[in-house]
Design a protein around this ligand. Sequence first.
Ligand SMILES: CC(C)(COP(=O)(O)OP(=O)(O)OC[C@H]1O[C@@H](n2cnc3c(N)ncnc32)[C@H](O)[C@@H]1OP(=O)(O)O)[C@@H](O)C(=O)NCCC(=O)NCCS
Length: 190
Amino acid sequence: MEPGSELGLGLVDRPSTLSLSVRDVRPEDAEPIVRILNPIVAARVFSVFDAPFTVEGERGFIARFPARGIFHVAVRQSDQAVVGFQTLEPFATYTRAFDHVGVLGTYVDLDLRRQGVAARLFQATFGAARLKGYEKIFTFVRADNEAALQTYLRQGFRVIGTAHRQARIDGRYVDEVLIERLLDPAPDGN
Ligand SMILES: CC(C)(COP(=O)(O)OP(=O)(O)OC[C@H]1O[C@@H](n2cnc3c(N)ncnc32)[C@H](O)[C@@H]1OP(=O)(O)O)[C@@H](O)C(=O)NCCC(=O)NCCS
């Protein structure tokens, strides 16, 4: 097993400059998650979230998170602080036709960007997703969020197209870029 890894998956990106592990979310992670998320919401430039989150609300979100979903947190080894998180949720549940498709969200402490946290999360989530039967990830990035788009492209996503005036934040329309990535087959051949 790789040092600092609970999942024992090899790195696919450059080694993290932080020593990190990735694990499934726990109820007590609600507080650090909100601490990471609310500055991202407040900045108004990264996501389409338009209101701050509460710890109580986030605890409920974690409790109700779908069984087929994946909710990973990245933990800094030196002090066990949660420094980023990633969610993969089923694309839709009104039909079985989309069961192999997941929707992804990635959030890293704004003070700890560009230190390989997201890369570590992607690596863990791709492996776990394949084991849960996902074959592709389909998601959206704000067209003006170049850092996020570059991060996803680096992870093998491709741009499908642009949904124009898809979001309205503070009265201003924002385009969203649709991206997708097929997942490699699971080791057991699924
Ligand atoms: C987008 C985000 C998740 C990236 O997380 P991160 O931990 O900083 O990313 P990493 O350090 O793992 O970067 C991996 C690679 O992605 C690319 N990348 C990341 N940030 C980039 C940037 N600002 N510009 C260009 N490329 C970037 C690079 O190829 C990078 O590798 P390198 O540093 O060796 O060049 C993070 O910036 C973030 O949480 N932003 C705020 C929330 C957000 O925008 N979330 C996405 C919503 S869809």
